[in-house]
Design a protein around this ligand. Structure first.
Ligand code: KIV
Length: 317
């Protein structure tokens, strides 16, 4: 049976033959630019899907933009799988990528594979993303061996905030840039289907994009990538007023619009304008009249008046 989602569209009406997969994204190398955005729950996934995202990333940025933490280290595998499953319930055509949180792929190969599998089995994702280069290759290999597509993530990798000493643009000198290009090559050779490049100079992203056979998806990495990704709340202006990085461009001010809307509603509540006729349920006038008489009779069960009135109503209906 079809039901409607909050945007008034039919749920379950998606044609699974158009569901985007990791191989579809891989085949886009050098072709149409790939549109990727984060989403963290059912309504944001519905919106991203209506906007025709190719990839919805259930990013660990959920920690910052939804849960109010200062960094992404705070979220657990349980948090991420729960958010991924909520996104999947929107049944988007986009490929859903689950972002493996810090410490879910660092301790052992077995644990990594089990955690990656949870995104697929419980979260209904089509792929997972891991941050890091050569140090993570054994984990990347193991997840790929379990038939789970992997997206890489290089450059300013937020889970390394303490190791990097802050959120700094990465690969700014030739030696660090060369290392990053080598990491990208190793990930591509291992079999990842795409690589996110975050917070790197545009020339470095351009060279990586030329060097690797898989699509690069940039965030703060200039214009030469095979696609772009931004955080949902940043694009639509739904933040709590915190600092936004230079690479963000906001296309709406939903937080401001929401404050305006709620302030207007509160004013209508206080002036008695809300609720109006359209927001009010009514009972048939006869029943309302009987109810009023009943309450005048103080719901007098003892004197039988209440029973008589209710019997009258039953006869009339
Ligand atoms: O968690 C996230 O939102 C990300 C993107 C910024 C790529 O990893």
């Amino acid at each position: 049976m079809l039901s409607l989602n909050p945007l008034g569209e039919e749920k379950g009406s998606h044609d699974m033959s158009v569901k985007t997969t990791a191989p579809h994204i891989l085949a886009r190398k050098g072709g149409d630019l790939i549109k990727m955005i984060t989403a963290y729950d059912y309504p944001t996934a519905c919106i991203a899907d209506r906007a025709e995202a190719d990839i919805i990333l259930v990013g660990d940025s959920v920690a910052n933009v939804v849960l109010g933490y200062d960094d992404t280290l705070a979220v657990s595998i349980d948090d991420m799988v729960r958010h991924t499953a909520a996104v999947a319930r929107a049944e988007p055509s986009a490929l859903i990528v689950g972002d493996m949180p810090w410490l879910s792929y660092h301790r052992s190969i077995d644990e990594t594979v089990v955690n990656a599998g949870r995104f697929i089995r419980e979260g209904n994702a089509g792929a997972v993303k891991l941050e890091g280069g050569r140090r993570r290759l054994p984990m990347v290999r193991a997840v790929l061996n379990a038939e789970i597509p992997v997206m890489g993530h290089l450059g300013l990798t937020p889970q390394s905030v303490h190791a990097m000493g802050g959120y700094w643009v990465q690969g700014k000198d030739a030696s660090a840039a060369y290392d990053l290009i080598s990491d990208a090559r190793m990930l591509a050779d291992e079999g990842v289907f795409a690589i996110v490049l975050e917070g790197v100079p545009d020339v470095l992203a351009e060279l990586v994009t030329q060097e690797v056979s898989v699509p690069t998806i940039g965030i703060g990495a200039g214009i030469h990538c095979d696609g772009q990704v931004l955080v949902f709340h940043d694009v639509v202006g739904l933040g709590g007023g915190e600092y936004l990085p230079k690479f963000v461009r906001a296309y709406a001010s939903l937080a401001e619009d929401a404050v305006t809307a709620i302030t207007k509603w509160f004013a209508d509540v206080q002036s008695g304008e809300f609720p109006g006729e359209e927001e009010t349920y009514r009972m048939p006038p006869e029943s309302a009249a009987i109810l009023r008489e009943l309450s005048v009779a103080s719901f007098s069960i003892d004197n039988g008046l209440g029973d008589d009135l209710l019997a009258d109503e039953a006869m009339e209906s």
